[in-house]
Design a protein around this ligand. Structure first.
Ligand code: G3I
Length: 321
């Protein structure tokens, strides 16, 4: 069987998010089909700095070692986010700009420096905009101010000037948010902030958004010089408002709709290959996906390999064109 990343070698890298468990259980297809990995949770604040200035690199080191041994690129995810923060990062303990900036500097510099010879792409900030395009009010913004974002990029750049630095966002197909991301990028470039590109998460559903809707994102972003990565692609079998928990297997119609949509999205990505450096799936196979617990606990089947790690129709759709 031809490998997925080989099929796309003239286009962009093909990645998957892994964790310390799936890197072992799904190793066979991972090494066969992917040439890039993102750690699902291992670099996130709560896991890597659970107590102030006590870093726990045990899991991220293991995965970095695994990546290096198998010549997989690593995307570093993620340095500054408002979710998955440890309890000690709170407004009562760190009420001043000076204190929180110091925490941010120490966090970013320690991690980026540790992996300066192994991780060259970082999601420096994650999910900074609300769906209406305004800046989200997070602890970082409230205590430090709007410039927390540029400071984060400078800290990462100073720790590893060779690294490519990304801002990672979801729902970029929404009118308003799509334009705000461009405004953010253009403003950052004017200020010489070391920002290389935008990560488009890509948590889609089989019915929404369509590849055609997503085309406007590429059309708009192509007017800039930003690099793009699809960073977290998956395709839920359920509509957003569908919270059904009784489905044991996806229907034939779901499987086919998913394959068609995956095929159309990848055709779009190929069309815009000059802008795109990588397409990463949020997971390796349907055996494990974060969507089994979101928005309710039930089995979902959002990826291109099934629960037994066999290729699905969606895999065929993106391989054969
Ligand atoms: O590790 C604890 C475990 O000790 C505890 O027993 C268990 C009980 O719930 O929770 C475990 O932590 C969970 C963690 O995943 C590891 O499995 C958290 O509850 C759970 O909230 C967390 O979910 C992660 C989620 O980010 C948090 O927002 C998902 O695995 C991860 O896939 C997801 O990834 C995000 C991207 O980073 C950013 N974009 C959206 C994407 C999907 O939400």
């Amino acid at each position: 069987m031809e490998s997925l990343c080989n099929r796309y070698k003239e286009y962009f890298k093909i990645g998957a998010s892994v964790n310390t468990e799936t890197a072992i259980t799904d190793q066979k297809i991972l090494l066969q089909h992917f040439n890039s990995i993102t750690f699902e949770n291992e670099i996130k604040f709560v896991n890597i700095q659970p107590n102030q200035n006590e870093f726990d690199f045990s899991n991220s080191d293991k995965l970095v070692e695994f990546a290096l041994a198998n010549k997989l690129q690593v995307r570093g995810h993620t340095l500054i986010w408002h979710a998955q923060l440890p309890d000690w990062v709170n407004k009562d303990r760190l009420p001043t700009r000076t204190e929180l900036l110091k925490v941010m500097e120490n966090h970013i510099c320690t991690i980026v420096d540790r992996y300066k010879d192994s991780i060259f792409i970082w999601d420096v900030v994650n999910e900074i905009l609300a769906d209406d395009g305004s800046l989200k009010n997070t602890i970082w913004r409230e205590i430090i101010g709007d410039d927390y974002i540029e400071r984060a990029f400078w800290f990462a750049h100073d720790a590893n000037p060779k690294a490519k630095l990304f801002y990672n966002e979801y729902n970029c197909e929404i009118t308003g948010k799509r334009e705000s991301v461009v405004e953010f990028y253009n403003k950052a470039k004017k200020q010489n902030i070391p920002l290389d590109g935008i990560g488009l998460q890509g948590h889609f559903g089989i019915y929404y958004p369509t590849a055609d809707m997503f085309r406007d994102v590429f059309k708009t972003y192509a007017k800039t010089d930003m690099r793009l990565e699809i960073t977290e692609m998956d395709m839920s079998m359920f509509r957003y408002e569908d919270h059904r928990t009784d489905l044991k297997q996806p229907t034939k119609e779901m499987i086919e709709t998913q394959a068609k949509s995956y095929g159309e999205f990848f055709a779009l990505f190929r069309e815009y290959k000059d802008l795109i450096d990588g397409v990463t799936f949020w997971g390796v196979s349907d055996r494990y996906t974060w969507l089994d617990d979101f928005p309710v606990t039930r089995k979902n089947w959002p990826l291109i390999f099934d629960e037994f790690n066999h290729p699905k129709k969606a895999y065929d759709a993106i391989m054969n064109w």
